[in-house]
Design a protein around this ligand. Structure first.
Ligand SMILES: Cc1cc2nc3c(=O)[nH]c(=O)nc-3n(C[C@H](O)[C@H](O)[C@H](O)COP(=O)(O)OP(=O)(O)OC[C@H]3O[C@@H](n4cnc5c(N)ncnc54)[C@H](O)[C@@H]3O)c2cc1C
Length: 378
């Protein structure tokens, strides 16, 4: 891993500004930055306050603001999506520390991560409008139907696969071929375009290997996940097309929706009945408060949501006392049992100059021109 990280010390600061200038110049007409200008004023009260304008936050903001008489406020700690987030081939840039990510690290592991420095792995999360969906690998994988059924069996009615499937279908605009056995698992009219990869050399070899081993070639979002498949991506016409473009941008001009970026929520305000009634946040070095008539929705991601809860006094009492936080509600599970894969940089190869996947080619004007005009290339 050390070798994978080392070049970025000079690579990112030098290559990224060049890529940004070229992309902003060429993609200027389609830049959606207007939509994310901060509102000119804030109300004292909103019906819903959404903490975190990430993947879930974008969808919630869009769906809730369909009700014209509700006022919605989204508070997002990060800024608007940078131009490079639109280019699928540049998504790996976000694995490295930058202003667009929260750069969390795992605590040193006792047994695992032996090949990693300090036995710790970075855990990047998006710190930007769209959250991790603005920086992620765009693979559209719903997960195993059996996992959903298991969660339902643990006492979560409505989370079995058959119950969640209509929502997956409603949000999906599947652009792959119609397959008789799996078509009923796809939606074709939703806002999120899902495009199967057109297999390149490596995918073809990988699928061939699967077949050779006796596995079926499957639809990665069908009912049967035992087999080999090329990935489906949330990419449309060569661009990242996650919840920002599918949900938030179309809703952003609604007068009842305020989206405030660079606004870091410090804590939730609870009343004496332990009902969340507002939030305290920091914006441009000023601490402000805003109240909620109906709900405060915490969608700050798997790490920051429990963190904000604990900073607000909801969590394991002993732990909160240790940090001098006044306990609103002793809830031992908050902040526990996070399961996450480590950040795997993959194998690192030395390549000959001119190999198309060489990251330096991304800053080559010919690559950028090809991308801008044809939305193709690396
Ligand atoms: C590098 C990377 C690659 C990935 N690749 C894939 C993939 O290919 N396919 C896939 O399905 N999944 C992938 N994932 C996972 C997926 O993106 C996440 O599971 C998903 O986006 C999480 O959504 P969320 O709404 O829970 O959180 P997020 O989308 O992370 O949103 C949380 C938002 O809350 C904001 N926030 C946090 N704290 C505060 C605060 N105090 N105040 C205000 N705002 C705050 C954050 O800035 C962020 O914008 C990847 C994730 C990463 C990081």
């Amino acid at each position: 891993m050390a070798d994978a990280v080392r070049p970025t010390r000079w690579l990112l600061p030098t290559v990224l500004p060049i890529i940004r200038i070229m992309l902003t110049t060429f993609l200027r007409e389609d830049q959606p930055t207007e939509e994310f200008n901060s509102p000119k004023y804030l109300y004292d009260r909103y019906d819903f306050i959404i903490v975190g304008g990430g993947t879930a936050g974008c969808v919630l903001a869009s769906r809730l603001s369909e009700v014209a008489h509700w006022k919605i406020l989204v508070l997002e700690a990060g800024g608007p999506p940078p131009p490079e987030s639109r280019v699928p081939g540049l998504s790996r840039l976000f694995y490295f520390p930058s202003a667009t990510t929260w750069h969390y690290n795992l605590a040193p592991q006792r047994h695992g991560l032996r090949a990693y420095n300090n036995r710790s792995s970075p855990v990047p999360h998006g710190r930007v409008i769209g959250g991790s969906s603005t920086v992620n690998g765009m693979v559209y994988a719903r997960g195993s139907p059996r996992d959903f059924d298991h969660w339902a069996s643990l006492g979560n009615p409505g989370w079995d696969y058959l119950s969640v499937l209509p929502y997956f279908k409603k949000s999906e605009r599947y652009r792959g071929p119609k397959r008789p056995h799996t078509e009923r698992f796809h939606g074709r009219r939703g806002p999120i375009p899902v495009t199967p990869e057109s297999p390149g050399f490596f995918t073809r070899v990988f699928l061939q290997a699967g077949r050779y081993l006796g596995f079926k070639l499957i639809d990665p979002n069908g009912p049967d996940l035992m087999g080999f498949a090329g990935p489906d991506y949330t990419i449309y016409r060569g661009e990242r097309w996650g919840p920002v473009r599918a949900y938030l941008e179309p809703a952003a001009k609604r007068p009842n929706l305020h989206i405030l970026h660079s606004a870091h929520v410090l804590r939730i305000i609870f009343n004496k009945d332990k009902v969340a009634v507002g939030v305290i946040f920091m914006h441009h070095d000023k601490v402000k408060a805003v109240k909620a008539n109906l709900e405060v929705i915490l969608s700050a991601g798997a790490i920051a949501s429990p963190k904000v809860l604990m900073l607000s006094g909801v969590g394991p009492q002993k732990h909160l006392h240790h940090h001098g936080i006044k306990v609103v509600h002793d809830l031992p599970g908050v902040g526990k049992n996070l399961q996450e894969h480590m950040c795997l940089y993959g194998l690192t190869w030395t390549v000959k100059p001119g190999v198309p996947n060489d990251v330096l080619n991304a800053a080559n004007p010919a690559s950028v021109t090809q991308y801008v005009h044809q939305k193709s290339g690396m």
